[in-house]
Each structure stands twice: as C-alpha cells, then as structure tokens.
Design a protein around this ligand. Structure first.
Ligand code: KG4
Ligand code: ZN
Length: 388
C-alpha cells in the first residue's frame, strides 16, 4: 500500500510517499520519498510565522515538491497527453483553487504530462495548525484525489509527531509499545501531555495555558536579538552559557498539582531581565539562554515524570520540533530511568523531529488500516483539532 502524504500546517511544505506491507501494528513501513521545504528564512524577518506568507509559499511550491517526491519514490513517469483533463474536471479544479490561482495553473500544466502514480491513498494534515496554510495542502489533496480517483485520509499533525518517534531508518516496523504510554508533545504551536492507552487511543491530560514551548524559545531568542527560529539559536547559545550564573529565572507552574504548563511569564521574566542590563554581551546572552533552557527543562521533566507516575506509564514518547533540543531530551531520558515502571523512551530522529510528511504518511496509513478515509468534500482545516 502506497500513501502520498502532504503537510502544510505551518512553515514547512512537506510531501512524502510511505508504503506499508502487512497488517497494523506489525506492518513493515518504507519511506519511499521525503521532501521538505522550510520557509523559516522567509518568516525570519517577521520574527515568527506569518500565516499568509506561509499559505502563498505552500501554493507556490507544492507542485515542484510533488514532482520531486514522485521522482524520489521512482513513481515519476512522463507521459505526454495521456491524461488530458476533461472540461468538467477542469471546472471542479478551478472552483477548488479559487484562492490559489497559481497552484491551479501549475497543476493544470503538470498533471497531463505524467502517468498516474501507483498510489492507494493520500494523507493530508487537516489540523491542528494555521488554517490558511492547512487549506492549501487539503485542496491539493482534493485535486489529486479528483483527478486520479484516490481516497483521502485526513491526518492529525500531533498524531504524526507521536508516530515520528517510532521511525528508524527507511524501512522499519513499529516497536511493540508497552501501554499505557505518556507522550510529551512540544512544538512551536503546542505543548501537551497525552496519555495513550493503546494505539490511537488518546487522552490529553496537560497542556500549556499560554505560549507553547517552541514559541517561548522563539520569543526569548527575539528578546536576545537572535534570529527565528529561536529554538536552535537558544540551544547553541545555552551550550556556551554558565550553569549557575547570576541570572535566575522562575520555573512556572512546576509545583502545581495539575499537569499544565505556562511559558508566557518566563518569556516576560527574560524581557524584564534584559531591560535591566545596560550592555547585553554575548556572554550574558549565553548565560540567560542557558538559564532559560534549564528552566524549561526542569518544568518539562517534572510534569512528564509526574504524568508517567500518575498514569502508570510504561513508555514515554517525545514528539515535536522542540525535541531537537538535546538538553531537554537527555534530561527526560535520564530521569525516566529512575521510574521503575517506564521501560522505554522513544524520541524522533533529529531529521524527523520538526514538521515533515513522513509522520503524516505513517499516521495516514494507520488510519487507513482502521478504515478511516473521508469523503473529500467533508474534509476541512481544523486549526485547533484535538487528538482523538
Ligand atoms: O514541530 P515544529 O517543527 O513545528 C510546529 O508544529 O510548530 O516545531 C518548531 C519549533 C520552533 O518553535 C523551534 O524554535 C523549535 O521547534 N525548535 C527548538 C529546537 N529546534 C527547533 N526548540 C528548542 N531547541 C531546539 N534545538
Ligand atoms: Zn509540528
């Protein structure tokens, strides 16, 4: 079974082909193609993701990235004139891409030049994420579905981040996860703790009340005069900072009995701290970055371990762009060893920690195994889609 996966929820345009042989959860998965185009540099001047720019860039780049994906997957076959689109199909596509005329134009040129690829389904992220950005991917999926009569499986971006922790190499099987598991999902838009009682059975038990962790990294980087995305910049600076400098920050909500987080106050604390410093040298920036990273790590470790204890977790799963942060991952791994019940900690390969379409392909295949395709006209962008 071959699935084409499309991810456009934020500032990465990603397309992949993943195949599966056998039955869930013992299927063998193969990553046939994994193409990602990051828009981070374009958004840098806004200090964060600018939704309309993200949407425009997705629309501009999807067709070339799709071509590259098919080529990587060895599914690209030129076939001039074999697929002339009839007037009715063209009409439907024109309606579908009312707001993306450039994408329509590219697609109308591209489709008739190739043979229908051997795809059994199309997985597309329908949320959570930026709705204008999500719509581009969804409409693209609907267009391909219409032209080639291929079913669509809507995929949840956060479920994708969970699955990305299980990818190892290009051909792999899912590990035999001991449930219940606790997943800590940390990205630019999300910070949540999820209890997973079995495959695809989720219960959110904690979340941020304001900023997401990645967002806090990005904002603190901006305060320190470091470019977007701030996560990697902060961790680079933190590596040069002193462990116990004079710069002290709070650990928000570390002692509360719930499993929620709050990072907005931490960011404000950095802002006030920086305002009082007349000469913000590179050394001071590094010390503050280190203290900020440590504060975030302390809170994430405490709440994740608490969730694991409370729900009797046997497995911990980390997912989302912030898992590229080695300090955070190492601290959670080390402390998880002190919990007798936890036998495994899964984290994504750094190549797949950020947004990608491989994770959407795996989530899509899993939902396909469960028989969950959707009629194209019912698929919509859900900015705040929850795991279910
Ligand atoms: O999952 P992701 O690629 O996109 C969203 O779904 O949001 O996560 C992106 C976030 C950004 O906020 C970025 O600054 C953060 O992940 N990030 C990091 C690191 N690398 C990326 N945060 C902390 N440390 C890092 N090394
Ligand atoms: Zn993400």
């Amino acid at each position: 079974m071959n699935i084409l996966a499309i991810e456009t929820s934020c500032d990465e345009t990603a397309v992949s082909v993943v195949s599966a042989e056998g039955h869930f959860p013992r299927a063998t998965y193969t990553v046939r193609a994994n193409v990602i185009l990051s828009q981070a540099k374009l958004h840098a001047r806004y200090g964060g993701v600018f939704p309309n720019l993200a949407k425009r860039e997705h629309a501009k780049n999807l067709v070339p990235l799709f071509r590259e994906t098919l080529t990587q997957a060895k599914m690209y076959a030129e076939d001039e004139g074999s697929q002339t689109l009839d007037a009715q199909t063209k009409d439907k596509l024109t309606k579908l891409f009312e707001r993306e005329p450039e994408l329509l134009k590219q697609l109308l040129i591209f489709i008739p030049t190739i043979k229908k690829p051997l795809l059994d389904a199309i997985a597309v992220t329908h949320g959570p994420g930026l709705e204008p950005a999500l719509w581009v991917g969804i409409n693209f999926a609907k267009a391909l579905s219409l032209v080639w009569n291929i079913p669509i499986v809507p995929a949840n971006h956060m479920e994708g981040h969970i699955f990305s922790a299980f990818v190892s190499g290009d051909t792999f099987i899912l590990p035999e996860v001991a449930f219940p598991a606790v997943a800590l999902l940390i990205s630019g838009g999300h910070t949540e703790l999820v209890v997973i009682r079995d495959w695809m059975r989720y219960e959110r038990v904690g979340e941020t009340r304001d900023d997401a962790v990645g967002e806090a990294f990005d904002k603190v980087a901006r305060i320190l005069g470091l470019p977007y995305p701030g996560g990697p910049e902060i961790s680079r600076a933190a590596a040069k900072g002193a462990p116990n400098s004079e710069y002290k920050l709070p650990r928000p909500m570390i002692a509360t009995s719930d499993l929620d987080f709050s990072f907005s106050g931490l960011k404000t604390a950095v802002l006030y701290m920086v305002k009082k410093i007349p000469n913000l040298t590179e050394e001071i920036k590094a010390d503050i970055a280190r203290e900020f990273e440590t504060a975030v790590t302390d809170v994430l470790v405490k709440k994740t371990l608490e969730a694991a204890k409370r729900y009797g977790a046997r497995t911990i799963i980390l997912g989302g762009g912030v898992t590229a942060n080695k300090t955070i991952v190492k601290a959670i791994r080390t402390t998880a060893q002190t919990l007798s019940g936890v036998t495994s900690v899964y984290t994504p390969d750094p190549k797949l920690s950020g947004d990608n379409a491989v994770m959407i392909g795996i989530a899509g295949l899993t939902r396909l195994f469960a028989g969950e395709t959707a009629k194209p006209h019912t698929i919509k962008a859900h900015g705040t889609l929850l795991l279910s």
